[in-house]
Write a protein that binds this ligand. Structure first.
Ligand code: F6P
Length: 368
């Protein structure tokens, strides 16, 4: 669709769950496109929903001024609108009726004269971008997610801020747990990957860290709490991922979002675990689910810089007409990989990861 001479206008969308740093990407892409390349930018509203419904608007320099410090996304987002299986209604029995509306999206892209789209998101957004690419729409991917679970990149922006927020929450729960001599079970987001829980758990000095990659043994967890009591440590701080599960058991599902391409929403494992510990050890326990507080708020400096770096790389790819690539960070160096290679995949923590060894070295129980 686009050639070296014809890139006049690009679109930008933010898809999937929001995270701090999205506005920093929108800012650098828009400013560099307008100021350096003389390219117009259309902001696509609410992720792929904006492409399906033809909702987009021009972005000027003023629209993206003073947004680097702002959390969320000025464009809005959606983690429900996949054009290849868009929910158009419900059958009588309540099952969703899905349709492939990609042709409608292609029509809107042509009508708006978009030469390419910068898609900022996680694995679901990259799956959507791979679909657009197959339909002849050039895309550039920018990796975001608080879960840090995108394949082929060591880090996504949004993660550092979520780790900071979760660590602050764990610190606060630590002091009240210590005062009341309780076992405090704190549940963190992350879907099927334990990156957020492991990082925040290590940073907060959690006594027990439970991640999806290591199924936990309830006896080992109770033993860790009792061992602390018998050493005179009258409280225990447990950081548990929403995706963690007991050995031989299943994850706890909070709800099924039928019109979402990734319909399972995990949540509630902390309540189950807290109850089990209380029954088995007779220690007083409390559970806290941190929830969406981990996704909100102003990005930390690291995420502002990383998001700006990724966005700058993305616009450089636009300038070079190197389409269909995802910008990534590997071993501290910026690189690119084909968008298709990350679509629909999740990067979990390898069991030999140094941070697991580091946690064990300070006596943290990993649940096994
Ligand atoms: O992928 C980001 C994330 O926050 C996950 O950690 C969490 O499981 C999920 O999104 C929650 O989704 P929703 O915002 O639809 O509740």
């Amino acid at each position: 669709m686009a050639t070296r001479k014809t890139t006049k206008r690009i679109g930008i969308l933010t898809g999937g769950g929001d995270c701090p740093g999205l506005n920093a990407v929108i800012r650098v892409v828009t400013k560099a496109a307008i100021n350096k390349l003389g390219i117009e930018v259309l902001g696509i509203e609410d992720g792929y929903l904006g492409l399906i419904r033809n909702r987009m608007h021009p972005l000027a320099i003023d629209d993206v001024s003073n947004i680097i410090t702002v959390g969320g996304t000025i464009l809005g987002t959606s983690n429900k609108a996949d054009p290849s299986r868009f929910v158009v209604g419900k059958a009588e029995d309540g099952t969703p009726i899905v349709e492939d509306v990609t042709d409608r999206v292609v029509e809107h892209v042509r009508e708006r004269r978009l030469d390419a789209i910068v898609c900022v998101g996680g694995d679901g957004t990259m799956t959507g971008a791979a679909n657009l690419i197959r339909h002849g729409i050039p895309c550039i991917g920018v990796p975001k997610t608080i879960d840090n679970d995108l394949m082929h990149t060591d880090i996504t922006f949004g993660f550092a801020t979520a780790v900071q927020t979760a660590t602050e929450c764990l610190d606060r729960i630590h002091t009240t747990g210590s005062s009341h001599h309780r076992v405090m079970v704190v549940e963190l987001m992350g879907r099927n990957a334990g990156w957020l829980t492991l990082h925040a758990g290590v940073a907060a000095g959690a006594d027990v860290i439970l991640i999806p990659e290591i199924p936990y043994d309830i006896d080992a967890v109770c033993e860790a709490c009792l061992a602390r009591s018998s050493r005179g440590k009258r409280f225990t701080l447990i950081a548990i991922s929403e995706g963690a599960a007991p050995k031989g058991g299943a994850q706890v599902v909070d709800k099924i979002v039928h019109d979402s391409p990734d319909p399972i929403r995990l949540g509630g494992v902390s309540t189950v675990l807290s109850e089990q510990i209380s029954q088995r050890t007779h220690l007083e326990t409390r559970a806290t689910i941190l929830g969406h507080v981990q996704r909100g708020g102003t990005p930390v400096a690291f995420d502002r810089v990383l998001a700006t770096e990724f966005g700058h790389q993305a616009i450089s790819l636009v300038a070079m007409h190197e389409w269909n690539q995802l910008v990534v960070m590997q071993g501290g160096r910026a690189d690119v990989v084909p968008i298709e290679s990350v679509a629909g995949q999740q990067r979990t923590i390898p069991l030999e990861h140094p941070q697991i060894g580091m946690a064990r070295a300070v006596g943290t129980c990993m649940g096994d």
